[in-house]
Design a protein around this ligand. Structure first.
Ligand code: ADP
Length: 491
């Protein structure tokens, strides 16, 4: 059954290719768009057709709705997949697609709009009986009221932008003295980043875990969850390492949290793929927000459930019923994803775009690499720094960690700095191995200072590794050396 003849992917990089791969398997022709900075990008070569969308700056290209819809019309694409980021959670874009008779692969625009407000969605979930963190009921109107609320819920509190995303505009406040300044700063950032200065306060949990549930719902009222993902290892409130399932999940907790996730889907009249994010602390969990799109880390859910989420998204958008019920789904093994960013972890994660002079991605059993890069590729400075996602699967968590270490040691990316060494250090950290992660893991475990010396040897390690791999020597020997080095650092 052919869901669509032709689909436009309103995105770039690895996620554009991910969607195109699903289309190719579904015999759907693909249309890529590209900016001035992406003329030679892999997603352009992969697509059946490609159209120039505008200048490098996102507002002139990947966010330019008029131009994208123009290309959809011109190319004859019947549907648009927005990927993640850019227009993926822009309800105006989803609405425009509907008006112009192009199927938007995602939820209804009204759902996107409702869930786009952290304040509105939190209220909606509270009304539906889903636990939420205590805080202001709506946006902050004046400082005195804000002070009263902070006093009531108890410091520390967090000031957040209602329209926020990507951790932008969040301010943690430890006492009343810092509150006013934090609110002003958060409002200013929110206004410039999201065009909406509405901010609110909620209780700040000191070392929570970030646990989210994947849901899939069709347009006929059927919904299932595809289990949980743990995304606690973060930098600047953004995820770096994810795993599925969460290492702390028990049957009892999963039953409770998944029931809440499905309540969220129901209350928001959800259709298509979405993720319900919770913070978990000391046996309690709280709804944080719902992401109304495919997530970066959808990969690990695909790996443990065997469900192709992108194909499901396309089928749902074409009006199909979900092909399974909750009882048909189960978890097989454990999967971990490391986000490979073109960043220098020990220089405050400063972006490090540039040319990749040597590239070899890992392979073998249980490894999945989603990327948009290759040898000789010039990473443009204009977009998100994530360049690849490395996933490892094995039958248990312990084995998946070992497999991830093995894959990292095979991964060669030369010419730019990446988060690979950081991931290697995380995979070798005892607390990580024991599953003791939380959102302050990097700081608490001093991972970055461990890396400081390690970094100086990194270029050499990569070079040696590249050489040894090609000569067929044992990669394991180098892995052992790095392990020893990390052990010494800890002493
Ligand atoms: P965004 O939409 O900007 O990505 P989220 O609301 O999804 O923001 O939160 C991102 C991260 O910020 C969380 O995973 C967590 O690390 C941190 N965070 C958000 N709210 C809280 C809170 N109330 N207490 C502790 N940490 C929080």
């Amino acid at each position: 059954m052919k869901y669509f003849e032709k689909l436009l992917i309103a995105n770039r990089g690895e996620i554009a290719i991910r969607v195109m791969r699903a289309c190719r398997e579904l015999d759907i022709e693909t249309v890529a768009i590209f900016s001035d900075a992406d003329k030679n990008a892999l997603h352009v070569k992969y697509a059946d057709e490609a159209f120039h969308v505008g200048e490098a700056h996102p507002s002139k290209s990947y966010l330019n709705m008029d131009r994208i819809l123009d290309i959809a019309r011109k190319s004859g694409a019947e549907a648009v997949h927005p990927g993640y980021g850019f227009l993926a959670e822009n309800y105006k874009f989803a609405k425009r697609c509907l008006e112009e008779n192009v199927t938007f692969i995602g939820p209804r625009w009204k759902t996107i709009q409702a869930m786009g407000s952290k304040i509105g969605s939190k209220q909606m979930m509270k009304d539906a009986g889903v636990p939420v963190l205590p805080g202001t009921d709506g946006g902050i109107q004046n400082i005195d009221d804000a002070k009263k609320v902070a006093e009531r819920v108890g410091y520390p509190v967090i000031v957040k932008a209602s329209a926020g995303g990507g951790g932008i505009g969040m301010q943690i406040v430890n006492d009343e003295k810092g509150l006013e300044e934090a609110i002003t700063a958060s409002m200013r950032i929110a206004k410039s980043a999201f065009g909406d200065a509405t901010v609110f306060i909620e209780k700040y949990l000191v070392k929570p875990r970030h646990i989210e549930f994947q849901v899939l719902a069709d347009e006929h009222g059927n919904a299932v969850h595809l289990y949980d993902r743990e995304c606690s290892i973060q930098r600047r409130h953004q995820k770096l390492v994810e795993e599925a399932p969460s290492p702390i999940m028990t049957k009892e907790l999963r039953d409770r949290m998944s029931a809440s996730a499905l309540k969220v889907a129901e209350a928001s009249h959800y259709s298509n793929a979405g993720s319900v994010e919770f913070l978990y602390s000391q046996g309690n969990y709280y709804f944080m927000e719902m992401n109304t799109r495919l997530q970066v880390e959808h990969t690990i859910t695909e790996i443990i459930t065997g469900v192709d989420l992108v194909k499901q998204q396309i089928a749902i958008a074409a009006g199909e019923n979900l092909p399974f019920e909750q009882n048909d789904l189960s978890i097989r093994g454990h999967a971990i994803e490391c986000r490979i960013n073109a960043e220098d972890p020990i220089n405050n994660f400063a972006a490090d775009p540039g040319k990749i002079i040597r590239y070899r991605s890992p392979g073998g059993p249980g490894i999945r690499v989603d990327s948009g890069i290759h040898m000789g590729y010039m990473i443009p400075p204009n977009y998100d720094s994530m360049i690849a996602k490395l996933c490892a699967w094995d039958s248990t968590r312990g084995e998946a960690i070992k497999r991830m270490r093995r894959a990292i040691s095979e991964y060669i990316i030369l010419g730019i700095k990446t988060t690979l060494p950081l991931h290697y250090a995380i995979m070798n950290n005892q607390q990580y191995v024991e599953g003791n992660t939380h959102t302050h893991f990097l700081q608490e475990e001093h991972i970055l200072s461990t890396l400081d010396r390690y970094k100086r040897d990194e270029e050499t390690r990569m070079q040696t590794l590249a050489g040894s791999f090609e000569q067929g020597k044992k990669v394991a020997a180098i892995t052992v050396a790095v392990n020893q080095f990390l052990q010494q650092q800890k002493k």
